[in-house]
Design a protein around this ligand. Structure first.
Ligand code: SF4
Length: 385
């Protein structure tokens, strides 16, 4: 298929596809799915080989958020029966982090619900970062605390945070549909503050919230422009008790096409398969390893993931290997994104893009696939790592 040949060539040269090419990937048919995965897999292997980076989530503070992000089980008014607790003590957070590191995680992601941290919260998290780093040699620490105020990014960096996560989640045009208490530009600004402070930026999206193909392409292009080092791709976990509980509109095939599109737009950026992979990819998860070079190990913030040992077995069985701490995730010569590549984008192939075959959304709800997390941080039960 000309479209795929073009996208592979561009990916190997780290060139940005056109919006039309990205849209055409989302519009490929199920008959073409393995060709799409194979093409994006070539780009993945060029920049990341067969390595899979493992990341481990520690929810420092769970639930009771004053913001109203409609996808989130921790939002204001959420009826989801998740664990709710206030700040974990540094030693408890470090113990939780150690379980992930023992399971092979290279990065620990410290997350707290809320609009953003107070300065006292930043002190608290700084102490937690120091404790984790003292007790877990070589681990990367990413903080995810919401919108940052002046000076907070510098303080987190000084405390040893290697990275900061703040997702854009969806396109600027539809951001107001998923959240009214802050806007898209607030999120962009926080990612930029993290970058300015010298932290590695991690920023991604959530697919499956009822957005259009154009919205998905818009958010991925907006991310590419921000030039994060890592792009987590979440698939909506439709929690009962949240406004999006009925949004079951992803198929495994659609999820794979979305991951392939993200890989083509971000060829040499860490693409991380995040929340919802078990729920929406189901038995097709191993195919996604041909597209992403990073996943979360074990459980998510408020929901259960596949058992950590099953994640490790899946990686080995699919012919991939867990990335060690002695390896740098990103390719040596990764250059700033968007550097003139659009000007070189081909146009001839656009006309030859396959006819759109938009898969029928599944309106079947699979509540059995969503399980609230009851283990690990904030509980007396051992974590899943
Ligand atoms: S700010 Fe974060 S924790 Fe709060 S509702 Fe939004 S996503 Fe959830």
């Amino acid at each position: 298929m000309d479209l795929l040949n073009t996208l592979v060539d561009k990916g190997l040269r780290r060139e940005l596809p056109t919006r039309e090419e990205a849209l055409a990937v989302l519009a490929t048919s199920d008959d073409e799915l393995l060709d799409v995965v194979a093409a994006a897999g070539k780009v993945r292997r060029q920049w990341f080989g067969r390595r899979v980076k493992l990341n481990y989530l520690v929810n420092l503070k769970s639930g009771l958020c004053p913001e109203d992000c409609s996808y989130c089980s921790q939002r204001l008014g959420s009826k989801a029966e998740i664990l709710k607790y206030t700040w974990l003590k540094p030693d408890d957070a470090s113990k939780a982090a150690a379980a992930g590191v023992a399971g092979g995680a290279k990065r620990v992601c410290l997350v707290a619900s809320g609009r953003g941290p107070t300065d006292k919260d930043v002190d608290r998290v700084s102490e937690t970062i120091s404790t984790i780093k003292e007790q877990n040699e070589g681990v990367e620490v990413c903080a995810c605390l919401g919108l940052l105020s002046d000076g907070q990014a510098d303080r987190l960096r000084a405390a040893g945070a290697d990275a900061y996560n703040h997702n854009l989640n969806t396109s600027e045009a539809t951001y107001g549909d998923i959240c009214t208490t802050h806007d898209f530009s607030d999120r962009v600004s926080t990612v930029q503050q993290a970058q300015a402070a010298g932290m590695s930026a991690c920023s991604g999206l959530i697919a499956g919230m009822g957005e259009s193909d154009a919205d998905l392409v818009d958010v991925v292009f907006a991310l590419r422009e921000l030039d994060p080092d890592s792009v987590p791709v979440n698939f909506l976990i439709p929690f009962e008790g949240t406004p999006l509980a009925k949004e079951w509109n992803l198929t495994p095939q659609r999820a794979l096409r979305i991951l392939a599109m993200v890989r083509f737009v971000c060829p040499d950026i860490e693409v991380r398969l995040a929340g919802g992979r078990e729920v929406h990819l189901r038995s097709m998860q191993p195919l996604a390893l041909h597209l992403v070079n990073s996943i979360f190990l074990g459980d998510y913030l408020t929901s259960e993931g596949q058992a950590g040992k099953d994640d490790l077995a899946m990686i080995t069985d699919a012919g991939f290997e867990v990335e060690g701490t002695d390896t740098t995730t990103l390719p040596e010569h990764r250059r700033p994104c968007g550097d003139g590549a659009e000007a070189q984008a081909a146009t001839a192939e656009e006309a030859e893009a396959p006819a759109a075959t938009v898969p029928a959304p599944s309106d079947e709800t699979r509540r059995d696939l969503v399980a609230v997390r009851r283990r690990g941080a904030g509980t007396d039960l051992p974590p899943n790592a």
